[in-house]
Design a binder for this molecule. Structure first.
Ligand code: PLP
Length: 386
């Protein structure tokens, strides 16, 4: 169907919550996407860190095809090998406790909020400015952004916002605090890494007060920053983490993973979801997790990230570059609109990136991106602002 026809259908039938770009994609492979005219694009957004393994990775495709032909769904009232094995692999790859599977990042954070309230009934949850934890009510209440929250008040009570400095987080955590929920690198906020001092202060105050420290690794996890989980590079181990996005290799799945201390905090009947832990998404996730755990790939992410950051820093219209591994944000010189640049990158240079604010670009290519593709992306960006 032609783009104009899709736009007509959208105008008539789609609740207009998304502002879409003027492109229809029909195929993806590795780091490439193709539009309906057969034009190839370099995908340096990867579905906002969903396609960490690249589009249509053969091992993920094979796992999905094989499982789809055998069993697509069964209620959580019964066992499947895929859900049990994925829970084991996720726990063993990170905090060593137990896992609740769900369908998205917001849902994983909802489970984390419930975990926190079971841990300390009625307790507060401390969150940070610039955070993004999702659009459902609990996750939105943990996302202190006026534009996203205000139209939907009243929100869930009991969320406390702390400034992002060590003394502030120390003071914000007290005997009423059930949990601190944070992204080790704030993705939607503009790729803003939290400092080691800040995370250590949060850890120490949680230990002192018996609060749970929960990392939202929905965007930073699955190898994105050069280790399977971003917390591994911070020197701080959380009590629980949430994962989604890249976990399913392109299919929708989320997970709450606990350490041993919180492994049995949620009890039978406390939480659930019809589609959670379905065999097809779990089969895809088992394949994606295996690929993203490979030491060679993780070393490649770090090397490619360094190359990419160094090349971006050379662009005359880039003021500074933030991030770790292949989660990268670039701050642009005044007068250069990130929103306009991302739009032109797509339409003029066939490069998929996005803007997290008026002056800030975000780039998250698949982890399998090559040196040549990074150099080409930087060349294409450079041509946009001569
Ligand atoms: N948490 C973080 C850190 C995210 O970046 C996102 C999505 O961008 C979410 C949670 C929400 O995930 P989902 O859109 O799958 O609900």
């Amino acid at each position: 169907m032609a783009l104009a026809e899709l736009q007509a259908l959208e105008r008539e039938w789609v609740i207009p919550t998304y502002v879409r770009n003027q492109v229809e994609f029909v195929r993806g492979q590795g780091v490439s996407l193709w539009d309906d005219s057969g034009v190839e694009y370099l995908d340096f957004l990867a579905g906002i860190s969903v396609l960490n393994v690249g589009h249509c990775h053969p091992r993920v495709v094979a796992a999905i095809q094989e499982q789809t032909a055998k069993l697509t769904h069964v209620s959580n009232l019964y066992y499947t090998e895929q859900a049990m094995r994925l829970s084991q692999e996720l726990a063993q790859s990170s905090l060593g406790g137990k896992v609740f599977l769900c369908n998205s990042g917001a849902e994983a954070n909802e489970a984390a909020i419930k975990l926190a309230r079971r841990h300390r009934p009625g307790g507060d949850i401390v969150v940070l400015p610039d955070a993004f934890h999702g659009r459902t009510y609990g996750a939105l209440s943990a996302t202190p952004q006026e534009a996203k929250q205000a139209p939907f008040a009243p929100l869930v009570p009991g969320f406390v916002v702390s400034e992002k400095d060590p003394a502030a987080i120390d003071a914000a955590i007290g005997s009423r605090t059930a949990a601190v929920l944070l992204e080790p690198i704030q993705g939607e906020g503009g790729v803003l890494p939290l400092s080691a001092e800040f995370l250590q202060a949060a850890r120490a105050a949680c230990d002192r007060e018996g609060a749970a420290l929960i990392f939202d690794e929905v965007q930073t996890g699955m190898g994105r920053t050069g280790t399977l989980w971003a917390y591994e590079q911070t020197g701080v181990v959380p009590d629980a983490l949430t994962s989604a996005k890249a976990l399913g290799g392109g299919l929708p799945i989320g997970a709450l993973v606990t350490g041993e201390k919180l492994a049995d905090t949620l009890r039978p009947g406390d939480h659930g979801s019809t589609f959670a832990g379905g065999p097809v998404t779990c089969a895809a996730a088992l394949a994606a997790l295996e690929i993203c755990s490979e030491p060679d790939l993780l070393a490649h992410v770090s090397a490619m990230g360094e190359r990419f950051i160094a090349a971006l820093e050379e662009l005359p219209f880039v003021v500074s570059v933030r991030g770790r591994g292949l989660l990268i944000g670039a701050e642009l010189a005044s007068g250069v609109s990130a929103i306009e640049l991302a739009r032109r990158a797509l339409l003029e240079e066939r490069l998929v990136i996005n803007a997290t604010g008026p002056s800030s670009l975000r780039m998250e290519p698949p982890l399998i991106v090559t040196e040549a593709q990074i150099d080409e992306a930087v060349r294409r960006l450079g041509r946009l602002v001569p």
